[in-house]
Design a protein around this ligand. Structure first.
Ligand SMILES: [Zn+2]
Length: 690
């Protein structure tokens, strides 16, 4: 490789690594394994060593990846008092020996190490002041982190207040760092709930933990059952001279410190620890990906110091995810509930981590092309913390002569639509959202899900209802009769009763949940809440021109056009008519919902005439802002809300009684939905012309 080739490759590697860092730390959806990532990083490091002038300060070999989302960040950021570095890591024991040899040269005494299991989660830095948790920061870019204190307080194992116990008192202010993890059991529950709701799954517990820590709802954080293990005390406590002592002390103060650790007095003991846990970790309740080896003595740590990116006194030995080689027989293409296409390899059965693997994910078209994977190839299958094993490479040396490159599908295997792929997206998807069977099922499941209409059921029921063509869209649920359900498997009268009564009960869910249930692309729970309170009824939302939709700062043109497209779709029109005929209210119900404001508190209105929205919607708006609607003009009335065609006698009567008369625009200004035109209070007896 000459200099200019090296320069090009360095650029290519930097871009790839930065993108993988973003997927890993910000999006929490990595699409390559750690091992593959480390190989890229290693290649870059080697090239940069050879051509140091080509490296540049921005090289990912010199910085840790950042978990801070560059835009839309809902968290405050604070600088770390000491940079949060990452560890150098290795997959091979010789390098671990090199590490030990380098350190031995510096020390005139035998070196002690602490070996700790490296838990696979997301790093956290806690500051305690006067024995109370003061602040929790994510690693961020190593220098500045996101403040996630509110969420961290909901993790049971993290003490809000410390125990003043042990051999040493805790200092007035100090930091402690560790790892927040999601135990396998919580991970399984979370993903099965997501699956039921038709939401994308987390690839592994690590991404689930990182994603959960950045949630806006602390209640949801608590529900997800995160756990924490702390492993690095940064406190100036006279008398504590070793890392081992620091861990023991932290544990006495009430911190969760991992019991999976050992004080090792020589290399043999380190190797024993590695070998033991390489197998035993399979039985742990949490994901681990290696062992961290740290110099025990603080004074030796200080002598060794650190590089720009990592300390010289610690390294991580990573376990290789278990792999197996087997033959690729054929490839299926699965259409997910959201229309995303996943190529799935059918394999000659092979034993991997104690289970027989017959199918594995092939990621996407890019990965297949990158590895040049062909039918008949011997492929490597890996199983990490993930649920579905994946194909990570090909053994080219044993490629049979007849191995066939295969063509990625161009059309949806379920509905025949031409597949699309958004720029920057790895996956193809089927754009036929409303008529592609897996996507219809996904929509029905979403409609029934707990946060939407909360109808009992789940994937298996929807599968049967759809396949037997009993329910072809969400509206059909409201037309189910007991005899129609008789053909279902594992189904009895009791099930019928439960299902039908939960369907009946769903007619009363708040309107915003109904809007969320419709599954309008890009309309999540928050947007649905806004739409429900702002428009008040399905009809008003349906009629709203795009300018009205984008009035709210949280609704951009992408969401607005998606809403328009949704309502203009004839398939949707039919479904909405069926829902209406089934007796769903399709509007906000004033009695059960919170007020949007109290701007009309204590004011009484009479509504007369016609408006751009229905009379019912106007009435709702008055009530939503705390006002009352009376039926006739009387001395108790504060405002006559007058539209077109208000009877002249009513207007005269109101005017005579000193009742303020306002039109639709002024009313909307009054409740803050339109900017005030300044006419409202200038003339209290203002009448509309007629
Ligand atoms: Zn399709």
């Amino acid at each position: 490789m000459n200099r200019s080739q090296a320069a090009a490759r360095i650029r290519e590697l930097k871009d790839a690594i930065n993108e993988h860092n973003r997927k890993y730390y910000v999006l929490n959806t990595p699409d390559i394994s750690d091992f593959e990532f480390d190989l890229l990083l290693q290649e870059l490091t080697v090239l940069e060593k050879k051509y140091p002038d080509l490296a540049g300060d921005d090289s990912p070999t010199r910085h840790v990846g950042s978990d801070i989302a560059p835009e839309n960040n809902a968290f405050l950021q604070f600088p770390h008092r000491y940079p949060m570095l990452s560890l150098s890591n290795t997959y091979n024991k010789e390098e671990l020996l090199d590490f030990h040899n380098r350190i031995s040269k510096v020390s005139d005494q035998p070196v002690e190490y602490v070996c700790e299991l490296k838990l696979d989660g997301t790093a956290i830095c806690l500051t305690y002041k006067d024995g109370r948790l003061f602040r929790a920061l994510t690693r961020g870019d190593g220098t500045i982190g996101d403040d996630v204190t509110r969420n961290v307080l909901r993790i049971k194992s993290i003490p809000e207040r410390l125990t003043p116990a042990g051999d040493f008192p805790y200092p007035p202010e100090f930091e402690i760092r560790g790892e927040i993890v999601m135990p396998f059991i919580s991970f399984g529950e979370l993903n099965s709930a997501k699956e039921k709701n038709g939401e994308p799954l987390f690839a592994n517990p690590r991404n689930a933990a990182a994603g959960t820590l950045k949630l806006l709802s602390a209640d949801e954080v608590e529900r997800r059952g995160l756990d924490c293990y702390l492993y690095h005390l940064i406190a100036d406590v006279p008398g504590i001279k070793t890392h081992w002592q620091a861990l023991e002390t932290a544990s006495q103060w009430g911190f969760p410190v991992s019991q999976y650790r050992r004080l090792c007095r020589n290399v043999e003991e380190i190797m024993e620890f590695l070998e033991y846990w390489d197998k035993a970790r399979a039985d742990l309740p949490i994901a681990t990906d290696g062992v961290v080896v740290k110099v025990n003595s603080f004074s030796l740590q200080k002598t060794l110091g650190m590089t720009a990116k990592s300390p010289r006194w610690a390294t991580a030995y990573k376990f290789k995810a278990e792999q197996a080689a087997t033959r690729l027989l054929s490839v299926d293409f699965q259409v997910g509930r959201t229309g995303a296409i996943t190529p799935v390899a059918n394999l000659e059965p092979v034993l991997l981590s104690g289970t027989t693997v017959k199918r594995a994910s092939l990621h996407n078209a890019d990965q297949i092309a990158l590895h040049d994977i062909r039918l008949g190839d011997m492929v490597y299958v890996e199983k990490g913390g993930e649920i579905i094993p994946k194909v990570i490479g090909v053994e080219l040396s044993s490629r049979p002569g007849n191995a066939q490159p295969f063509h990625y599908i161009t059309h949806c295997p379920e509905c025949g639509s031409l597949l699309e792929r958004d720029p920057g997206e790895a996956k193809h998807f089927c754009p036929n959202r409303w008529e592609c069977p897996p996507q219809i099922k996904g929509r029905i499941e979403h409609f029934m899900s707990r946060k939407a209409m909360n109808i009992l059921g789940g994937e298996a029921l929807v599968e049967q209802l759809y396949d037997k063509q009993i329910v072809k869209d969400p509206a059909d649920l409201y037309y189910l009769e007991p005899p129609m359900l008789e053909a279902l498997e594992n189904w009895g009268d009791k099930s019928t009763q439960n299902l039908l009564s939960s369907i009946e009960a769903s007619k009363k869910v708040p309107f915003h949940r109904f809007l969320f249930a419709l599954g309008i692309p890009f309309v999540g729970e928050t947007t649905a809440k806004y739409l429900a309170s702002h428009f008040g009824s399905l009809q008003a939302l349906k009629d709203a021109p795009i300018e009205d939709l984008t009035e709210a700062p949280e609704i951009g043109i992408k969401i607005a056009s998606s809403i328009r497209d949704f309502f203009e779709n004839p398939v949707i029109g039919i479904m909405l008519d069926k829902l209406k005929d089934a007796g769903l209210p399709l509007r906000q119900d004033v009695t059960e919902k919170e007020l949007m404001s109290e701007s009309l508190q204590g004011l009484q209105f009479v509504i007369s005439g016609t408006f751009s929205r229905s009379r019912e919607d106007m009435k709702n708006l008055v009530q939503l802002h705390g006002g009352k609607v009376l039926s006739g003009v009387s001395a108790h009335v504060d405002y006559l809300l007058s539209g077109d065609k208000t009877g002249p006698s009513k207007l005269q009567k109101a005017s005579a009684m000193g009742i303020r008369i306002i039109g639709e625009k002024d009313f909307l200004a009054l409740i803050g939905e339109l900017p005030s035109e300044g006419t409202l209070f200038e003339n209290e007896n203002k009448t509309t012309s007629f």
